[in-house]
Design a protein around this ligand. Structure first.
Ligand SMILES: [Cu+2]
Length: 186
């Protein structure tokens, strides 16, 4: 009999911990980039006329920003950003010289979260942008990871606090269960 009660106490403790942990998990995913022109690292013989980004779902009609910069930081975007559902396009200047460039984009996902990344490409026989912002450069995968951290809405210490709280609650539940089991026995 005693073993049964101990077991149910432990089960309750595990359940409580699981519930608390699950409640801190991110609930909603945001859009991500599914395709782009240029693609990452693409080499053009002649300069592209526009940048097109396609996302997994519609992005919000405001807050989209695209720059196409060269090594000197000059922006070669020449016109307004157009958002059509999940596609975001912007025209480029007609006289882009052979060089390395980088698309720097930022859009607001349908769930209200801003997402951003960079896409390097080259025109002609040129070196990719070497750039001072190599430090801050994130691959698509890294950007996604950062974004999903943010979408959890909790800094790391918040998650830790919740986890510790879960263990404390679980311990309390287990203690109660064991105490009740003892009382029933006596
Ligand atoms: Cu999001």
């Amino acid at each position: 009999m005693r073993h049964t009660h101990l077991f149910s106490g432990a089960a309750a403790a595990v359940l409580a911990a699981l519930l608390i942990t699950a409640s801190s998990a991110p609930a909603i995913a945001h859009e991500s980039l599914t395709s782009s022109s240029p693609t990452e690292g693409q080499q053009f013989d002649t300069a592209p006329q526009q940048v097109e980004l396609v996302f997994t779902d519609e992005v919000l009609p405001q807050g989209a920003e695209i720059a196409v910069v060269d090594d000197a930081g000059e922006d070669w975007v020449d016109g307004e950003v157009t958002i059509d559902g999940s596609a975001v396009t912007v025209p480029l200047a007609a006289d882009m010289p052979d060089a390395g460039y980088e698309v720097q984009w930022r859009v607001v996902s349908g769930d209200g979260h801003p997402i951003s990344s960079t896409i390097p490409f080259t025109v002609g026989d040129a070196e990719p942008v070497s750039e001072a912002h190599d430090d801050g450069h994130t691959s698509h995968a890294d950007a996604e990871a950062e974004e999903s951290d943010q979408s959890a809405g909790l800094p790391t210490w918040g998650v830790v606090t919740l986890a510790v709280g879960g263990v404390v609650v679980a311990a309390g539940v287990a203690f109660l269960a064991v105490t009740l089991a003892r009382r029933r026995r006596s």
